[in-house]
Design a protein around this ligand. Structure first.
Ligand SMILES: [Zn+2]
Length: 343
């Protein structure tokens, strides 16, 4: 990957066009079927690419236009999973969701996103980043009727993720990111086996690898949860020492408008840090100066060559206009800091 300074990127998702899926909600159902759906997803991916390029982002994502949800879509492609008879479970210890059920041994019999990644690769020369769910977040987003052990299931998922990641890498993906919002909730599991399972998922990869750990999408259940976390959110402190020792290259964090003490980033000094400088839980579009202010503060704890300006989380539930505005603000804010640094 070409050396860029303060390379900007989104965490992963962008809103989908209304003709593909009803906007501003999670698990939004597809409006098309069969070949039309396939074509519609590819058209949406093209639009998402264009919007990122118009905003002048440096690392391009697929905007998660071809998946209904960042976790369940991957799970539904595995064998051993029943995704028709879904169950409602409480996820992240926080809110109810209708999720697939593990009914037998899980295995990845076919590629999940590899064709989509090849499609994106063909359309841009910029570095591309692809998000996959992490093993711990996967086991926390389903009902397990077979293994009856979150740890055992996580290891099986890690194996499947590693197979997918290797093929994504071969398809030309520069950064593979694993989304682990559950890392901010289940600290003991992270430290006992969650991080080890994630390392299993990145085994043998030579492209860059990232882990995204946030406080969730801007949905009501998450906003309510954040209100209970007090004036200092120190969740990262529980898991950073483990991450620091891992082979993960990049850590993606929620910073802007959060109560995370930014000095916690000292604990992952040396890693690249995707600093969330865009709040995905508000419809207010940040000004470039606000973005720059967050990045400036982060620079006290992250060396400039390791700072990757980004969003706090995915933007799937936002309106498209607001998401577009936020992309431009991110880019303009990073440019302010580049100028200040004389780069
Ligand atoms: Zn997130």
């Amino acid at each position: 990957m070409k050396k860029l300074l303060l390379p900007t990127s989104i965490v992963g998702s962008l809103p989908k066009p209304a003709w593909l899926a009803p906007p501003e909600k999670l698990w939004s159902p597809w409006k098309l079927e069969g070949d039309q759906l396939l074509e519609g997803k590819q058209d949406a991916l093209r639009i998402s690419l264009q919007e990122q390029q118009l905003a002048d982002l440096d690392i391009i994502c697929d905007g998660e236009q071809t998946r209904q949800h960042f976790v369940t879509t991957f799970i539904e492609h595995l064998s051993g999973v029943d995704f028709e008879n879904r169950k409602t479970v409480k996820i992240r210890d926080r809110y109810d969701a209708s999720v697939p059920v593990v009914v037998g041994e899980v295995a990845r019999q076919k590629a999940v996103f590899v064709e989509d990644a090849k499609f994106l690769r063909k359309q841009t020369n910029k570095p591309i980043k692809w998000a996959l769910p992490g093993p711990l977040t996967m086991v926390d987003t389903l009902y397990d009727d077979h293994y009856k052990s979150r740890e055992k299931l996580a290891w099986e998922f890690a194996k499947a993720l590693n197979e997918e990641a290797r093929e994504l890498q071969d398809a030309g993906v520069d950064i593979i990111q694993f989304d682990e919002p559950a890392f901010n909730v289940f600290f003991d599991e992270v430290n006992d086996w969650g991080m080890a399972a994630l390392e299993r998922a990145i085994e043998g990869l030579h492209c860059q690898t990232a882990v995204h750990i946030c406080y969730g999408y801007g949905i009501q259940a998450n906003t309510d949860w954040k209100k209970t976390l007090g004036s200092e959110w120190r969740q990262y402190e529980e898991i950073f020492p483990k991450i620091q020792k891992s082979k993960i290259d990049v850590v993606s964090l929620e910073c802007h408008n959060s109560n995370v003490p930014l000095n916690l980033m000292e604990l992952v000094r040396g890693k690249k840090v995707m600093v969330g400088a865009i709040d995905v839980a508000t419809n207010t579009i940040e000004t470039p100066e606000e973005v720059a202010d967050t990045l400036r503060k982060a620079l006290e704890f992250v060396d400039a060559e390791n700072l990757y300006p980004s969003t706090n989380c995915g933007m799937a539930p936002l309106s498209r206009n607001i998401a577009r505005g936020k992309l431009s603000a991110l880019s303009a804010g990073a440019e302010i800091i580049r100028k200040e640094l004389g780069i």
